[in-house]
Design a protein. Structure first.
Length: 434
């Protein structure tokens, strides 16, 4: 049965399977939010006189019972029922009778699914935010622990200048804090209430949209009902952009780890239980978890484009194309959370090798330092550059005697500003909670 079926209607089974697709499996993720939205909507209907006190009591009792079924994972979308919204309404009517038929007054499945998705995305954004905050804190602690552990900075994968693990870890901490700003932008759009916009053209009922906005904990609403409908897809795309930014930073860190674990570099290592072996090469310790994080996070960067292409050239109003946003975005959210959780588990177990810059193969990492010394002694920079360049060309460059800890990193390590990163993240977290 479908809520929109007329007498003697019989839909072609092939059409039904094609139009419903995988929607029911993703709809179950929205079930508890549909209950929340229905409780708020019916409270407002009673306030404006469209439900009696007794009807509201029965409706809320029934919805809360269904909510318990959802929490217990015993609620299912039955065969032939089109979506979660229909199933909840049908189940409510079965429980309380005719009063259940009144809950759809003043709303459409269009604004119903829109508000469910907004509530779902708000919760998911909070979960991703918390994972990012934990990830940033792990990186800052690793930065502080390995503040003076030196490694060669690389440009073009060539030896460049002295750096440190403190700088390396903190760079990713700050990068993730910047990604969180995009996630917050997505949150501000998800935090607007579309309920009451109906099918995108409002309702002739005296709805109180401010009341449902307050009851559902939204900071604001989409005031124009047409725009409220057009926020569907746009909200998902903003979320995808935030996810993609976090994924890009995480993928880059995972790539660094894979590179640093190679035998030719050997900058870092992990306990054996975090690596995998080879079926024929006994010596192998492969960074499979980081390779998979890299691959999964790289694939997440296509999600904003997928959603953009899905919505390309859509006119105003609702279109069934938007149903597919769920099967693009919802798995992407889970994939990112899985990757962040794996990084949180593995990264604290990293082993950093000490004394890397003492190896002769990294002697040219000190050429800039040598130029700086000559400049400080009064030589013009360009002359100092040529002097050191000639020493390198003639294999006469002497890298010994540079007290790198006291000189070069005294300035650059000051740029870590871990306290500033923490302060910035704290301000962002408070904005999410405002």
């Amino acid at each position: 049965m479908k809520l929109w079926e007329k007498k003697d209607f019989k839909q072609d089974i092939l059409i039904e399977k094609f139009t419903v697709g995988r929607d029911s499996e993703f709809d179950l993720l929205l079930a508890k939010y549909d209950i929340t939205a229905s409780l708020a909507h019916t409270t407002m209907l009673a306030k404006v006189g469209l439900l009696s006190t007794d009807e509201l009591s029965d409706i809320h009792e029934g919805l809360n019972e269904i909510g318990k079924e959802i929490d217990a994972d015993s609620f299912v979308i039955e065969t032939g029922v089109e979506d979660i919204h229909s199933q909840i309404e049908i189940r409510l009517i079965q429980k309380i009778g005719d009063a259940g038929k009144k809950i759809h007054s003043g709303r459409s499945r269009n604004d119903q699914v829109a508000v469910d998705i907004k509530l779902y995305l708000k919760d998911e954004i909070h979960q991703v935010k918390e994972l990012c905050v934990s990830f940033i804190e792990v990186l800052i602690k690793l930065s502080e622990r390995h503040r003076q552990a030196l490694l060669p900075g690389l440009t073009h994968l060539q030896i460049a200048m002295p750096s440190s693990f403190g700088l390396w870890f903190a760079a990713y901490a700050e990068g993730l804090s910047e990604d969180m700003e995009l996630l917050y932008a997505a949150y501000t759009l998800a935090d607007k209430n579309p309920l009451g916009s109906g099918a995108g053209y409002g309702s002739s009922f005296p709805l109180d949209r401010s009341e449902t906005t307050r009851l559902l904990g939204f900071s604001s609403m989409h005031y124009n009902v047409v725009n409220a409908q057009m926020s569907r897809g746009k909200t998902e795309k903003f979320m995808a952009v935030g996810l993609a930014a976090i994924a890009a930073t995480t993928a880059r860190l995972a790539m660094d780890v894979c590179l640093f674990m190679t035998q030719s570099l050997g900058f870092v290592s992990f306990p054996d239980n975090l690596t995998t072996g080879s079926s024929i090469m006994p010596h192998k310790k492969n960074p499979d978890i980081f390779e998979l994080v890299r691959a999964k996070c790289n694939s997440l960067q296509s999600v904003p484009n997928e959603l953009s292409l899905l919505m390309t050239n859509l006119p105003s109003g609702y279109h069934r194309d938007l149903q597919l946003t769920k099967e693009i975005l919802f798995p992407a959210i889970e994939k990112l959370k899985e990757c962040l959780a794996m990084m949180l588990y593995a990264l604290p177990q990293i082993n950093v090798r000490e004394g890397i810059l003492q190896e002769q193969c990294y002697k040219y990492v000190f050429t800039v330092e040598a130029v700086s010394h000559l400049v400080e002694d009064g030589m013009a920079f360009r002359d100092a550059y040529r002097t050191v360049g000639e020493q390198v060309a003639n294999d006469q460059f002497d890298y010994t005697g540079f007290d790198i800890n006291q000189h070069t990193l005294e300035g650059s390590m000051g740029n870590l500003c871990n306290d500033k990163i923490r302060e910035k993240v704290g301000k962002l977290v408070s904005k999410f909670s405002a």
